[in-house]
Design a protein around this ligand. Structure first.
Ligand code: PAF
Length: 276
């Protein structure tokens, strides 16, 4: 695996691939790779030569968030990427984000759900992902469905700007008990992790209640909130939305999504489940 730290070098690798009619698959990450990332990379490899980027993007963290203590493990990440036989690791320096004056926003959809709790978050995400796309010019880019709102916003951005990249969603990878893989799970000890599994458990129970005939989104939301509160989760939001996340539903239908963010032992966890 070739490690590239220089922006111009990454651009030239991408140009060379294009000249030889090869496709570039791209997996942007913030490192501390886990099985969720591994699945993204395995998918990416099916589509072309694979570049993974690692950059803990300061622009997507709010002032009181965990930028400084965000888990980092460069050596471990390089080991994982080598084992997976990724072709390139793009590991840019801070200058990729510093002194940025031009930002991308989706004013309507960045303000909802995650955006309501992390006001500049999606502006930071869209801006860095656009920068990475401008450098790597990938043919395919892979994003996990755990961060469903992020996936939708990036897909919309790629469409709005006529980018020649196909945005490919990848299923959430879970611990055996259902807890969605996330770099932030590293903040939880083993016991807390076990208890955190009840988050997805509550989403699943709510989806089952829908399947059993309960269609009122008010009843379903109240149910999931009660389940979560009983297990000591602090809820930022738990809403039933249409699949484009454009509106909160009154009556739930198949294809809608129950999307939630909670805090557990001070750690913020996101997850979602589609209703069928
Ligand atoms: O999902 C993430 O890890 C980040 O938000 C991303 C897409 C790499 C942008 O920094």
């Amino acid at each position: 695996m070739k490690i590239i730290t220089d922006i111009e070098e990454m651009k030239s690798v991408s140009r060379k691939l294009k000249k030889s009619s090869k496709k570039l698959s791209f997996v942007p990450t913030m490192g501390k790779l886990h099985r969720g990332h591994m699945k993204l990379i395995e998918e990416a490899k099916k589509y072309g030569e694979t570049a993974v980027s690692i950059f803990v993007n300061p622009m997507q963290f709010g002032q009181n968030e965990d930028l400084d203590k965000y888990p980092r493990d460069f050596e471990g990440d390089v080991g994982i990427l080598s084992d997976l036989e990724a072709d390139y690791l793009f590991y840019p320096g801070k200058d990729i984000a510093e002194n940025t004056e031009t930002f991308l926003i989706n004013p309507e959809r960045s303000a909802e759900l995650e955006g309501a709790f992390r006001p500049a978050h999606f502006q930071g995400v869209l801006t860095i992902v656009m920068k990475l796309f401008c450098i790597a010019e990938p043919d395919f880019a892979f994003f996990g469905l755990k961060d469903y709102q992020q996936y939708l916003l990036i897909k919309k951005m790629a469409g709005d700007y006529f980018l020649n990249v196909r945005i490919i969603p990848v299923e959430t990878v879970r611990e055996k008990c259902g807890l969605a893989m996330s770099s932030r799970n590293a903040y939880l000890n083993e016991n807390d992790k076990k208890e955190a599994c009840a988050f997805y458990g509550a989403l699943k129970k709510t989806a089952a209640l829908f399947k059993a005939g309960e269609k009122s989104a008010t009843v379903l939301s109240a149910f999931v909130i009660k389940e979560l509160i009983e297990r000591s989760f602090k809820i930022d939001y738990a809403k039933i939305m249409d699949e484009e996340l454009r509106m909160e539903k009154k009556t739930a239908e198949p294809g809608d999504i129950l999307i939630a963010a909670v805090r557990f032992k001070g750690v913020r966890l996101l997850d979602n489940i589609f209703l069928d």
